[in-house]
Design a protein around this ligand. Structure first.
Ligand SMILES: Cc1cc2nc3c(=O)[nH]c(=O)nc-3n(C[C@H](O)[C@H](O)[C@H](O)COP(=O)(O)OP(=O)(O)OC[C@H]3O[C@@H](n4cnc5c(N)ncnc54)[C@H](O)[C@@H]3O)c2cc1C
Length: 531
């Protein structure tokens, strides 16, 4: 086995989505930056985003209106300061992307703006229906051409290295261990600043729109390192993921409803439109309302899916606005210009995460969290559509500026990862079985509608899994599957603990045992034992 490597940089960035790459580009002029990412540079949610990026760019729209829409969607739990900060900086982020060459859709020489559920104006900047891919590829090209940025693909964060773990004074992050999947060796990275941009944790659920990378690694690592984590009970379920036996995680963007798509029961259940009976805003109601309505109708009628119908729009319109969705559906034998698309809700966005301030700082000195891994306070109890890509960019810039102002003490020499105590795993079936079990009971017990009993059941199973996984981790050499499972089980615990602590139904958290709203809206912040 090759020896373990030591790397030293000014800034370590874990994750190569919009949050990580934006931060890298902001820092590269003045800092030596390492981007550490567990698969290819392009893998992550950012490249999958379809709808677009919310920013006040159109005539007649106002910052106050974008703030207000965000606060309404967040059901009383958004941090007003964080919300204003993001909304005010959103237009500059769009201009930054335009400057880098992102080819946003235009109409009559102006940005074309769409409207999505919960927005009172057309303010979604987009690149047809593949915004994330266009942004991600533009940033990847820039990062590859920037000399001060070193890319470490196929390197997976195992754990952060903190002063406390080394028995040193202070509460500081000094670097991290990462599994080099090419050599199968755990390497050591040291730096005075580390940014976690590891994305969300959708893979904790059986059905998700998220890519395989979304295993909550940054959230779990920060928690193990002694950082607070907040609002993990607020998991957004996207109402409309394509339902097809051969397709995993294909999302049908909200913009389809924005452009007049209607939700219908299948013919077998009457074929009628059902959203107006659930909410006056019908299909344009916020995601949680639509997801719960679909969940309700599916359970009531014993359905596998419902239908999303936009066949009243001409084919040319659909091809212009939704070319990717049109093509993907057609490949599967669904012509959306003639027939409805079968859809189900699926775990989509992790609103909570590592608690950060307006500079993206987490609880350890030198540690930052940006993007979906962070809990900034912007999303409150429910994220407004298209507010997450913009949050990645605004906080990536804020963290980079904070790092540029800092004058950190030097990092002491860090110990090499010790795996002399372990052997290769004897069988990996334990890992795959536990992955399946975890994702299924999280779906059944901690999904769109929760009860005290279901949460208790989930907590019990999580405790059993944790003891098995911990024993496995202590005994055997680490692998990506094992590390991801260890993180997912911890994230599941954090979700359940937050859900158990909330004795009300608010935003995305709906409990049959606590159906009412408490008069005072408070975030759920968990304090790690080590802190
Ligand atoms: C299908 C889909 C559609 C969406 N549409 C929109 C939209 O239209 N508008 C909008 O605003 N938002 C949308 N979102 C949400 C948005 O895409 C994400 O919130 C956002 O891209 C998150 O960016 P990020 O940089 O924080 O994380 P990601 O883009 O997910 O990147 C995380 C990175 O971290 C890496 N990583 C993770 N763990 C480790 C580890 N242990 N070690 C090393 N690297 C690691 C991953 O490989 C990846 O590179 C959508 C999400 C999905 C899934």
């Amino acid at each position: 086995m090759p020896p373990s490597s030591h790397h030293s940089f000014d800034v370590l960035i874990v994750g190569s989505g919009l949050a990580g790459l934006s931060a890298a580009l902001h820092l590269a002029a003045t800092h030596r930056v390492a981007v550490i990412t567990k698969r290819n540079l392009s893998d992550g949610s950012s490249g999958w985003a379809q709808g677009g990026i919310a920013a006040v760019m159109g005539e007649g729209d106002t910052l106050a209106s974008h703030v207000q829409d965000t606060l309404v969607a967040g059901a009383g739990l958004c941090d007003p300061e964080a919300t204003r900060f993001v909304v005010e900086n959103a237009p500059a982020s769009i201009r930054w992307l335009q400057g880098l060459g992102v080819p946003f859709s235009q109409e009559d020489g102006q940005l074309h703006l769409t409207r999505e559920g919960g927005h009172s104006e057309r303010r979604i900047v987009h690149v047809t229906d593949a915004t994330g891919a266009a942004v991600q590829h533009t940033l990847m090209d820039q990062v590859r051409a920037t000399p001060n940025i070193t890319l470490f693909e196929h390197h997976m964060l195992v754990d952060l290295i903190t002063s406390a773990k080394l028995g040193l004074a202070g509460q500081r992050c000094l670097g991290l261990y990462a599994l080099n999947e090419v050599t199968d060796v755990v390497d050591t990275f040291s730096a005075p600043h580390t940014i976690l941009a590891t994305g969300g944790a959708g893979k904790v659920y059986l059905y998700t729109t998220n890519p395989d990378t979304a295993t909550g690694d940054g959230i779990a690592s920060a928690w193990r390192a002694g950082c607070r984590v907040g609002n993990m009970e607020f998991i957004q379920f996207h109402p409309t993921c394509l339902y097809h036996p051969h397709v995993k995680s294909f999302l049908i963007t909200e913009a389809v409803r924005g452009e007049g798509g209607k939700l219908l029961l299948p013919e077998s259940a009457g074929g009628t439109r059902f959203m107006p009976a659930h909410d006056a805003r019908a299909e344009l109601a916020p995601r949680d309302v639509v997801a719960r309505a679909i969940d309700f109708e599916m359970k009531k009628h014993g359905l596998d899916c419902v239908h999303l119908d936009i066949s009243h729009q001409p084919k040319a319109f659909l091809l212009e606005h939704f070319p990717n969705i049109y093509a993907r559906c057609l490949e599967l034998g669904i012509d959306m210009a003639r027939q409805p698309i079968p859809v189900v809700p699926a775990a989509h966005y992790t609103c909570g995460g590592i608690v950060t301030d307006l500079n993206g700082r987490a609880d350890l000195s030198g540690l930052y969290a940006v993007g979906e891994a962070a809990y900034t306070g912007l999303h409150g109890a429910n994220r407004l559509a298209s507010n997450s890509l913009v949050e990645c960019m605004v906080y990536a810039r804020a963290a980079a500026q904070d790092i540029a102002r800092a004058q950190p003490a030097p990092v002491p020499p860090l110990p090499t990862w010790d795996d002399s105590r372990v052997t290769d795993a004897d069988e990996s079936v334990v890992i795959s079985h536990n992955w399946d079990e975890l994702r299924r009971f999280m779906w059944d017990y901690v999904g769109i509608v929760r009860t005290n009993k279901r949460l208790d059941r989930a907590a019990h199973r999580i405790a059993l899994l944790q003891s098995e996984i911990q024993a496995f981790y202590a005994q055997f050499r680490v692998s990506r599957d094992l590390l991801e499972l260890r993180n997912l089980v911890l994230v599941a615990e954090l979700i359940v603990r937050c859900a158990q602590a909330r004795h009300e139904s608010r935003g995305l958290h709906f409990s049959r045992d606590w159906p009412d709203l408490l008069p005072q809206a408070l975030p759920t912040v968990l304090q790690p034992a080590a802190a």
